[in-house]
Structure formats: structure tokens, C-alpha cells
Ligand binder design. Structure first.
Ligand code: GLP
Length: 241
């Protein structure tokens, strides 16, 4: 696990965008695994800017997102689909037919999990997976548990995650209680992983992920044994190193 400490959020975003840009330039038909939340917003801004300046071409790129809220449609302003359209898809020349997320409106979880897992495999797997980190060490929506879930699955969100994500909703009551997420195995099969972490409030989680015991109670800790992981953290998030 390579750890890069950035001066601040802007620097973190720039460095993470550098890595994603390199991937796009070196392999123009890459499959990028994408994340949501506040952390990647600056990274997507950078990528959009580089597309505007003519430095990046997304026309052959494929994207697969980590997760989506169960029950929310692409048109719902709180869905991850909506977020991706707003922050990235509408700002670069990604083909709509190349951008994939779990379908929150498919309430039949068995078929939806299978469909999304197969879709990722049919694309040939993920070349570079961007991850954020939850306050409890979750990646995607893989919450602390007694075992690592391998494949795409439907998860019950923890109270801590519901509280953390309520800032995007009118109230905690409106945060969906369940979500579809790539499993730890799905994420682990990505050829390269980039974990971006910002802010003091993530310092303990990042420390456990990078230096703690590898256990499903800290889902991100599994990344310690992946062969190609880069962590980009700002000074706040890295304060316990
Ligand atoms: C959500 C997402 C995660 C993300 C996490 C942290 O729970 N499912 O993929 O990493 O939030 O988000 P933020 O960057 O807003 O702290």
C-alpha cells in the first residue's frame, strides 16, 4: 500500500486526478470503477477541466460505480446515478452506453446483484477503482460485518452511515436503509485501487484501514493485501501516521 500525503483537499484532488488521467491516457478503453460522496467531487472537477482543455478523451472509457441506494431511480436527486451525471457524466465525453451503476429501481435483489456482478465481469474487470472511505472503515457500502461479502449484494446500512449520509437528504428519515454495493471481492479484483481520504474525522478509520488488523469489522483493511493500492490522504486524514 503506497501512501501519499497531500497538503490539502485541492492537492489531494489534483494528485488523484493525475492517476486517473494517466490510466485514461495509457489505456483509452479502460474500465474505471467510480465512487460517490463528498471526497471525489474535487477529483471529478479536475477531470472535467482536463477534458475541457483537450487533455483527456473519455469516448472509449467505461465506468462502473461502486454502489446505489435501493429504491432510488436515476432521476432522484439523491441517487448516486444523479450525482454521477451531475459531477462527471454530463461534463465529459463519456458515452451514456458505457456508464453503469446498480439499478436501484430493480427491487428484485437476486437478479440485480447477479446482473451487475456479471456486467463487471463481462467488461473484463476493473482497471482502476477509485474509493472513498466511510467513518467506520467501509468501502463502497461494505459495512463492518463478521465476514467479507465477495460479490455485488444488497446491504443494510448501519446507523452511523445513515447519520453520515443524511447531509445529502432533508432528514435522516429519508436516507434509504438499504443499498446495492460491489462486494469486497468485486473491488479486490480491480487491477489498481486508488483510495482518496480527506479530513480529520476520517483519520482513525484510515489508520485502522492502513495499519490495523485485517478484519471484516474494518472492511477497508483488506486493501493492505491488494498488490496495487495507492492511498492519497490530505494532512487531516493522515494525522495519525
Ligand atoms: C458513502 C459511499 C462511499 C463513500 C462514503 C464516504 O457511504 N457509499 O462509497 O466512500 O460515503 O463519503 P464521503 O466522501 O462523503 O465522506
Amino acid at each position: 500500500m503506497k501512501i501519499i500525503i497531500a497538503e490539502n483537499y485541492k492537492e489531494l484532488s489534483r494528485r488523484a486526478a493525475n492517476m486517473i488521467s494517466a490510466q485514461i491516457i495509457l489505456k483509452s478503453d479502460s474500465v474505471l470503477g467510480l465512487a460517490t460522496g463528498s471526497t471525489p467531487v474535487g477529483i471529478y472537477d479536475q477531470l472535467a477541466e482536463r477534458y475541457q482543455t483537450g487533455d483527456l478523451d473519455f469516448s472509449q472509457i467505461f465506468t462502473v460505480n461502486l454502489d446505489e441506494y435501493y429504491g432510488l431511480s436515476a432521476e432522484d436527486r439523491q441517487s448516486y446515478h444523479y450525482y454521477m451525471t451531475k459531477y462527471l457524466f454530463s461534463r465529459v465525453n463519456l458515452s451514456k452506453a458505457h456508464c453503469f451503476l446498480p439499478d436501484g429501481t430493480n427491487l428484485d435483489s437476486r437478479t440485480e446483484c447477479k446482473r451487475y456482478q456479471n456486467l463487471i465481469e463481462d467488461l473484463g474487470g476493473i482497471d482502476l477503482q477509485l474509493l472513498g472511505l466511510g467513518h467506520n472503515g467501509h468501502i463502497g457500502f461494505n459495512e463492518p460485518a463478521d465476514f467479507f461479502e465477495k460479490e455485488v449484494h444488497l446491504v443494510n446500512l448501519t446507523e452511523q452511515t445513515i447519520q453520515a449520509n443524511q447531509r445529502f437528504f432533508e432528514s435522516a428519515k429519508e436516507v434509504p436503509r438499504q443499498a446495492y454495493t460491489m462486494g469486497i471481492g468485486t473491488i479486490f479484483q480491480a487491477r489498481k485501487i486508488l483510495l482518496a481520504v480527506s479530513g480529520k474525522e476520517k483519520a482513525e478509520a484510515l489508520y485502522q484501514v492502513a495499519k490495523g488488523r485485517i478484519c471484516p469489522q474494518v472492511p477497508g483493511s483488506i486493501l493492505q493485501i491488494h498488490p496495487d493500492v495507492t492511498v492519497i490522504a490530505d494532512k487531516g486524514a493522515a494525522e495519525l501516521f
